[in-house]
Design a protein. Structure first.
Length: 203
């Protein structure tokens, strides 16, 4: 195999607003989309990378999006002790071109989302509002949240209440409720007067 053509994998870490989560950023596209593994069973089914990461005793959650992996740790471990072995493992894994996510993952997740009611049918004015809310979240909120190693998905809109799903570093993050209330709720209320509040579920 000619290794000269392979560009070296660069990897660095970034803090997230959640002290229990750290973002491992690479210079390679790992997965176009978002993959959130809160428990080992889902990772074992769909992500060889996630599955192997869960073999580390201190890994509590794995979130893959674009070119980064956000890892949530068990709180009784310190990043000082576990960051380097994780960094080394991810770097070698990506360098070896091993499978990050198995085929069919996005389709399977879309089905779960649908069952959760994300594709709930809205009609008339409600449908227009939902479209506007989704666009605002995708345009203004998602990019900022992704920079912090997390993700946000619109779930539902009912009688003035927007429900969103928080994933990755956002889930269980102490500052996520502040972000949610001060940032997202404030913006949506300004842009869509029908919105009265925003509530979050953990993905």
């Amino acid at each position: 195999m000619d290794t000269a053509t392979k560009s070296p994998v660069m990897l660095y870490t970034e803090q997230t607003p959640n002290p229990e989560s750290l973002k491992f950023v690479t210079n390679k596209m790992l997965y176009k989309g978002t993959a959130d593994f809160r428990e080992e069973t889902l990772a074992k089914e769909w992500s060889p990378l996630g599955s192997e990461l869960f073999d580390f005793p201190y890994v509590k959650g794995v979130y893959v999006c674009n070119n980064f992996v956000t890892i949530s740790k068990e709180f009784n471990y310190s990043w000082d002790d576990i960051m380097l072995p994780l960094k080394q493992f991810i770097k070698e894994y990506v360098e070896a071109d091993k499978v990050i996510l198995t085929e069919g993952f996005s389709e399977a997740m879309a089905k779960i989302e649908e069952e959760r009611g994300v594709a709930y049918e809205y009609t008339g004015e409600q449908a227009e509002l939902v479209k506007k809310i989704k666009e605002l979240i995708d345009t203004y909120v998602k990019p900022a949240v992704e920079m912090d190693g997390g993700n946000i998905e619109f779930k539902s809109f009912d009688e003035g209440t927007v429900t969103v799903i928080l994933q990755g570093s956002c889930s269980g993050c102490p500052s996520s409720s502040v972000t949610l209330k001060a940032g997202i709720e404030g913006m949506l209320k300004r842009m869509v007067p029908e919105v009265q509040e925003v509530v979050a579920e953990m993905g």
